[in-house]
Design a protein around this ligand. Sequence first.
Ligand SMILES: [Zn+2]
Length: 313
Amino acid sequence: MTTAASTNFFEFLKQFPDSAACFRHIAVTKYGIELACPRCEGSHRLNSTGRLRQFYCYRCNISLSPTAGTLMGHSRISAWEWFYFLLLLANRTSGITVDHLTRHLGVSRLAAYRMLCLARLHITELRQMRRLGGQGEIVQIDETWLPNVIESSQRAGKGAIVFGMHDRLGVQTCVIPDRSASTFMALIDAWVSPGSTIVTDSHRSYHSLTKRGFQHIALNHSNGEWKKNGFSNVWIESYWNSLKYFLRSQNRVVKEAILPLYLAEHAFRHDARIDGTCPFQKLIQTFPMIDQAKLPLGANPKQSVRNGRAKMQ
Ligand SMILES: [Zn+2]
């Protein structure tokens, strides 16, 4: 029986007994249940060519590979192993480390690191930015300092500031260059709907929110004020706690280039908990195109071989 919150291993085995089932699932997400050919406008069905990764249309004489360009494109790891890895990633509340994946799947550390980076890029593509709040809705906004973020592989932490907005449906986060009013207001104008009630701390960069037409509740934390007229910042504050725990569980330090991928992974899991959907089914509901150029350098096999050993996050 499928529970709302997760897919367990036995349900997974029933749904995906082998790689053929996984490929068919990806093809269905791309071409529809009837596997209609995208070239001849759905008038012909695609047939399996006998080769696992390919489907064929007899009318247009074309073969299509549903995994091309997705996180599994060009991978030598089987589709079933990829799906099993996505199941692990979805069901672990605090994520998977490279070491765990290396031991569990019997792949090299480099392959494990690449898989994790690709899955996080996949999640980033799945999580489109959405506008938060709305008339009468509460949006809690805060920023936090992550000290253990490094610029390159060697130097001590230079840190990073992460900006977060949380409404009753979930969270949006991004890395910001500074705590200036112009940075905050550009993000709020872009992503918070008019008519929202915004709860922040008393940082002066938030002072113009009332002028911009929002109802603004400023909590003065230095005076011990954590709640005012029933409003608090508890959603976003507890999100920061769980994000920091997640990042610590991954590694001692985080590379700046890979931080947005970690932010997307954690926010994905957090939002799935709020809306009660199954994170694994969400991960496999569509297979967006992945720009592999966005992979961090450490996930590039050539560079890692030259360095003797892949530098892991
Ligand atoms: Zn066709």
